[in-house]
Design a protein around this ligand. Structure first.
Ligand SMILES: *[C@@H]1O[C@H](CO)[C@@H](O)[C@H](O)[C@H]1NC(C)=O
Ligand SMILES: *[C@@H]1O[C@H](CO)[C@@H](O)[C@H](O)[C@H]1NC(C)=O
Length: 401
């Protein structure tokens, strides 16, 4: 009996223990579940919060996108308007340019005033073609025309807005004429000296016995040729020996009045130009003559050898120069626009209409007061609103020669 009792008691204890045990387990699990539920609740809340935040964000970005889109379309509209306006301005400029700047006109040799000089030509013209060739080569040995303005170099800015500078092809010395008249000028040993010097510090100031007038001076083989206003309305060409420092020759040039040679540079009443052929004088006999006259001068004696009426108008002309017996007149407008070679006159009548260049100078804001050609370097020395500029030229052969 005793063992059975013991078994019963122990079983009861075991049962009680098991019940306690299960109760504890249940409690534990319940607690866990509650904790999980809490956490799930928390997650849910967080999720909800994120979701609403997300929605808010989405709304915000949508609004921002809309704003950007409308701004974008507004900018596009503005751009469209601007480009339409630019197009219109460009078209207008093209129109103005085609109406005011047709291709360069070539002027045929027209009329010769100096009958004596012409006599030789007429006589030869009546004879054979060979003789014409002979005269032709006497007048002009070189056979090139300008095909383009290859490059531009702005060297320096010195002096007033108008002036002239040039380089003697023989000595390579540089001469600077400040302003539109004066009784002295500056001499530099080289272009490099000129560009390096502060202002005109390293130069020699040369005083002339008489005043130079306008921007028509030229330096050629050690001599300065300049324009002097004489008594009455005469124009004088003075030849000055730069080495000896004395006047060696003068010549009168009868003109009716001091008419401006170039419409846009009225201070210049006559212009001297040196090229491969020698010395040329550009002038106008009277104010009523609308076109530029060209004369070939003997550089030694200042005799006039021959005269041509070029049919290149003086109006709106800025400057001119001679290359290889061909005159190039540069035009602009009163409100400085782009300078261009727009009239070409060949004394040998050897430039065909099609090959005449209508050349535009690189765009600048000023206007040329002078342009001097240097036959040795084939470049132009320009004075543009006080800036000293060098233009290099590219040449091509004349078709007819
Ligand atoms: C150039 O001339 C102007 C007046 O015409 C004068 O004020 C200026 O000092 C001159 N410059 C030089 C370098 O001679
Ligand atoms: C001046 O040149 C134009 C051509 O550019 C010509 O039509 C006109 O007859 C010339 N005038 C004179 C006076 O030679």
């Amino acid at each position: 009996m005793k063992p059975v009792f013991i078994l019963l008691v122990s079983t009861a204890w075991t049962l009680i223990g098991a019940q306690y045990y299960y109760q504890g387990l249940m409690d534990y699990l319940e607690n866990r579940l509650l904790a999980i539920e809490d956490r799930m609740q928390l997650w849910h809340e967080q999720f909800h919060q994120h979701h609403t935040e997300m929605l808010d964000f989405k709304k915000l970005t949508a609004e921002a996108m809309n704003g950007l889109r409308s701004e974008h379309s507004m900018i596009f509209k503005d751009l469209d308007g601007a480009s339409v306006r630019v197009d219109r301005v460009e078209r207008e400029m093209d129109y103005v340019e085609t109406h005011t700047a047709p291709r360069a006109c070539v002027n045929r040799v027209d009329k010769v005033v100096e009958q004596e000089a012409w006599g030789l030509m007429e006589r030869q013209e009546e004879e054979e073609e060979d003789n014409w060739e002979e005269l032709h080569s006497r007048v002009s040995d070189c056979a090139e025309i300008i095909s383009s303005i290859r490059s531009v170099k702005i060297l320096k800015r010195v002096g007033s807005s108008k002036g002239m500078w040039t380089r003697d092809p023989r000595s390579s010395k540089v001469y600077v004429f400040n302003g539109t008249s004066g009784d002295s000028f500056y001499q530099f040993d080289s272009v490099r000296d000129f560009s390096r010097s502060v202002g005109v510090l390293d130069s020699r100031n040369i005083e002339l016995p008489s005043e130079w007038n306008g921007l028509g001076s030229a330096v050629y083989n050690g001599y300065l040729y300049y324009i002097k206003k004489g008594a009455d309305t005469d124009v004088q060409v003075v030849k000055y020996d730069l080495l000896a420092g004395s006047v060696t020759e003068t010549a009168m040039f009868p003109v009716e009045n001091y008419a401006s040679l170039y419409g846009l540079n009225p201070e210049t009443v006559a212009d001297l130009a040196a090229d491969d052929e020698g010395l040329w004088l550009l002038y106008t006999p009277s104010d009523s003559e609308p076109n530029i006259s060209l004369a070939k001068m003997d550089a030694a004696t200042l005799d006039i050898e021959q005269i041509w009426d070029t049919r290149c108008p003086r109006e709106n002309a800025e400057a001119a120069f001679v290359v290889c017996g061909t005159l190039y007149v540069v035009y602009n407008t009163r409100l400085a626009s782009r300078s261009r070679i727009q009239c070409v006159f060949d004394v040998n009548d050897a430039v065909l209409g099609e090959e005449a260049p209508l050349l535009y100078f690189p765009r600048r804001y000023g206007a040329h007061a002078s342009l001097k050609y240097n036959p040795e370097e084939r470049q132009l020395y320009g004075w543009d609103d006080g800036y000293q500029i060098i233009y290099r030229l590219t040449m091509k052969r004349k078709l007819l020669v």
